[in-house]
Ligand binder design. Structure first.
Ligand code: DAT
Length: 176
């Protein structure tokens, strides 16, 4: 393996706190926050949904997305922030953090973003049914996937500390 820094996926239902954790982690560790939402916008690889209730959601061409980010992943040191995780090649991913949040809190956060009832309910169901946690467990080996809460500010600090410790161990284990 040529990477000197690990790649970390930060995933979970929209609104759980992926961006919040990714930004804090990037500022503390110097790793790069690779926001897939930004990549999709920058490279124009999302098509508008045909659902009339949800025209703002983008359907992403995953092959093109992988082409665009492959070099970054090969290089390492990426905090990959997205609401899906099973498309990233397991050989290039060292840790998957599934962010979780209480449903009442998630309701308030998504309502605050102006989500309509249908989209709101779909996302709350996704969180209750642990869809992203299951997707992560199905796609990656046991030990790669961790579940982290993001409800209060202290949760972010705790997660950052935990991941910093994990990074130190990863570097030791990989002779870096
Ligand atoms: P995501 O990137 O998963 O869509 P986000 O990071 O944008 O989520 O967070 C959604 C909102 O919730 C945003 O207003 C910040 C807030 N939030 C997230 N995690 C939090 C935490 N641990 N403590 C307080 N507020 C938090």
């Amino acid at each position: 393996m040529l990477r000197t820094e690990p790649n970390i996926v930060v995933t979970g239902t929209p609104g759980v706190g992926k961006t919040t954790l990714s930004e804090e982690l990037a500022s503390k560790t110097g790793l790069h926050h690779l926001s897939i939402n930004e990549v999709v916008k920058k490279h124009d690889i999302g098509e508008s949904s045909t659902d009339p209730d949800d025209p703002n959601t983008k359907i992403v061409d995953e092959d093109r997305l992988l082409d665009v980010i492959e070099n970054d992943l090969q290089e390492g040191g990426q905090i990959v922030d997205w609401h899906a995780c099973d498309l990233f090649p397991p050989s290039l991913i060292d840790l998957v953090c599934v962010i979780r949040c209480d449903n009442k809190l998630l309701y308030d956060r998504l309502k605050g973003r102006g989500y309509g009832e249908k989209k709101l309910q779909e996302n709350l169901d996704c969180e209750i049914m642990e869809v992203l946690l299951q997707e992560a467990r199905d796609a990656y080996e046991e030990g790669v996937v961790v579940e982290l809460k993001s409800e209060k500010t202290e949760d972010v600090d705790e997660s950052v500390e935990r991941i910093e410790q994990w990074i130190r161990n990863w570097k030791k284990d990989n002779g870096k």
